[in-house]
Design a protein around this ligand. Sequence first.
Ligand code: AHR
Length: 481
Amino acid sequence: MDKIYLIMPERIGQINPDVYGVFSEHIGGVIYDGIWVGEDSEVENVHGFRKFIIDKLREAEVPLIRWPGGNFAETYDWRDGIGDRSKRPTRINWWNYCDGSYEPNIVGTDEFLDFCALCGAKPYLAANLTSTTPLDIRDWIDYVNSPEGTTTMAKLRAENGHPAPYNVRLWGVGNENWVAGGNMTPQFYTNEYRRYATVMENSSKGLELIACGANVDDYNWTKGLCEGIYEHGAPMHGMAVHYYCGSAGDTIGFSTDEWNQLIKQALRMQELIDRHWSVVKAYGMESKAKLCIDEWGCWHQDKSGLATKDHLFEQQSTIRDAVVSALTLNIFNNNCEKIRLASVAQLVNNLHTLFLSLGKDCITTPTYHVFNMFKSHMAGEAFRVIGPDDISASASVKDGEVTLTIANLSPERDYELELDPVGFKVGRNAKISLLGDGDIHAHNTFANPDNVVVKNNNCENFDRTISLIHGGIAAVKFSVN
Ligand code: AHR
């Protein structure tokens, strides 16, 4: 039997709930066909948004939704998406060159912020730094945040049906400005960032401004950004980093070697966090440049989604993607003192998706279940866990209850695990949730939506052992004695 040591006295920090966020971009089928079906749709909806997704996001207590991009954000004019929907302009979507799609602007600021309220999630808006001006973004902040009846923008918001301010606090300042967001050098971006951030900060109290950080392992970008802010100053409260795992075989029919390749890529998240954080620390910028991993997940290359029409980047999600989700969230928990927030890319009908939908059909993917299984980590105090190779784990304690999440990274080997607590005793009652049955290609479809579902077991005489099948994921909750 292999052991997992739970070293409670070695505290890491508090897990910010916002680490369990999701990303919803105007791309492919994420917004239209995904979350938005329209008020007159036959699909059950609330204010035009798919009720199934709202209910499931509430159940998983997803705390944060990033919008409107992604690359889409860098040519988005927020003014296109307010007021009478029938009069809104149709524009070229940033992704038009990939899929020929146009943006009808049916879902704009008021709709998206309504969706967040329906889901009980906080919004994280991405401001366009490439093709608008700081004044345009000031006006956007004014529109969403100024107190009722004060500014012209606040009055416009009231005319559009929302007199009360939305109080959006989290703002990204640009997206991937090293490529699609203007092809900038870190020095050029940092100069632009300072201009925008200074104007944005003075537009509303208490904003958290997240600078565009690096792609994967571009430590030169992190250095350039930190240097520019360190030397010249500017309000900054976080630094975004993007990391996607690349292709490793067929999305569904991969081999065990390809399983292992993908897991190895996903585990690289730890190295990226360590190295970017070393640069941040070198400039003493730990409080300004906490990591915001606001795009992460698997980016498979083949078209494996369920849509009959072309939803750009839509891919299936198997138990392998769920294991990537679990190990990534475990890494975030185990590094919680460095991480302000994260958002998985993306919410529905796209990369590393939590849902797949088409017309009346909508299903959860194995990745959704991982978010639901891990939710009790949110706001918990993470502590150190040591387990065998091939086992990813993290643990946190909150209100006298421990949440331990484990993923078996092996596609072949089953584990019998014994929990060995250090500095506390494990209570006799435990709730054990398990995902995965040994089929490493398992996934859900419209015809078989519950092929991969969580199995819950309330154990009244917990003997501190857990059997975890290859490719399986467990969440265990028990009280501290
Ligand atoms: O998530 C899809 C795209 O990936 C985003 O628009 C962009 O930020 C990233 O390159």
